[in-house]
Design a protein around this ligand. Structure first.
Ligand code: PEP
Ligand code: MN
Length: 305
């Protein structure tokens, strides 16, 4: 008998790889792709996140003034964004830093939606605030610092609003998926996973943008994946490159900080794009959007006129 006949060859190829990821993330079965469930589509106003259409969420780190928010909203909409971001409840490193305008900020966001047709994504930090934030927001953002606040995740899930779940800065991919599973377990299938950079030994940038995680999440999970180049880079001049890398890695959308005068921003000015920077970033992304076969935001812009 030929020696080679007695060898057991390893099973290689896509099927085997898929099986091993299933085993690796077996604790969170409902977030993984299956033959029946390849992709979740999250519907927000007239958008279908996770489908062919790429979504750009853009706006200031914090809602500061009506003028700041509305001018940014109008600008990013003209530039192709379909969702306005802006924090009314802000998790800050210092207790003395601006903590956000709370309900007043939510009202300004609602006014911006009224004027522009943009959907609203904004952070909720406490389970007590979930009903209030859910009344104004189209998408509830769970921040990096809250990713493992399971009481908050449960309350946010039960609101029924779609959830943008940001990866904790010290969280593994498995940790992120575990938090997503908690939301699904609480009856809300509309979860978007957000890579916003993690802490590593290298502190040259604010965080290390884990694009491998974007590729992995797209490979194993049916949930839409959103890339946040702003909090990963920490410096505005690097945001457009990280945005391009995020799109190339397969992200379904971007969330980007934009401010009319970043040097005067009340939070995260260093990483905020000004209006011209935003336009330039979007123009440089065009070939990447074209590869996906759709331009961002066209439907929503037509709807608003
Ligand atoms: C933000 O989006 O402004 C924010 C605070 O993000 P993160 O939770 O990722 O730090
Ligand atoms: Mn920020």
């Amino acid at each position: 008998m030929d020696d080679r006949d007695s060898l057991t060859l390893p099973r290689i190829g896509a099927h085997r790889v898929r099986e091993s990821w299933q085993e690796r993330f077996a604790e969170t079965p409902d977030v993984l792709k299956s033959s029946e469930h390849q992709q979740t589509i999250v519907s927000v106003l007239d958008l279908r996140i996770g489908g062919d259409e790429f979504v750009t969420m853009a706006g200031p780190c914090s809602v500061e003034t009506e003028q700041q928010l509305l001018s940014t909203a109008h600008h990013v909409r003209r530039g192709g964004a379909t969702i306005l971001r802006g924090g009314a409840f802000k998790p800050r490193s210092s207790p003395y830093a601006f903590q956000g305008h709370g309900e007043q900020g939510l009202k300004m966001l609602a006014q911006a939606r009224e004027e522009t047709g943009l959907a609203i994504v904004t952070e909720v930090m406490s389970e007590d605030d979930v009903p209030l934030v859910a009344e104004y927001a189209d998408i509830l953002q769970i921040g990096s610092r809250s990713m493992e606040n399971f009481t908050l995740l449960e309350a946010a899930a039960r609101s029924g609003r779609p959830i943008l779940l940001k990866r904790g800065m010290m969280a593994t991919v498995a940790d992120l998926l575990r938090s997503a599973q908690v939301i699904l377990d609480n009856g809300n299938p509309y979860v978007m996973l957000c890579e916003r950079g993690i802490r590593t030994f290298d502190n040259a940038l604010r965080n290390t943008f884990d694009v491998g995680a974007i590729a992995l999440l797209k490979h194993i999970s049916h949930l839409p994946v959103i890339a946040d180049p702003s909090h990963a880079a920490g410096h505005r001049e690097l945001v457009p490159s990280l945005a391009r890398i995020g799109v190339a890695a397969g992200a379904d959308g971007l969330i980007v900080e934009v401010h009319p005068s970043p040097e005067k921003a009340w939070s995260d000015g260093e990483q905020s794009l000004d209006f011209a920077d935003f336009d330039e970033m979007m123009a440089m992304l065009e070939p990447y959007f074209a590869l996906r076969g759709t331009a961002p935001g066209m439907r929503s812009m037509e709807a608003v006129g």
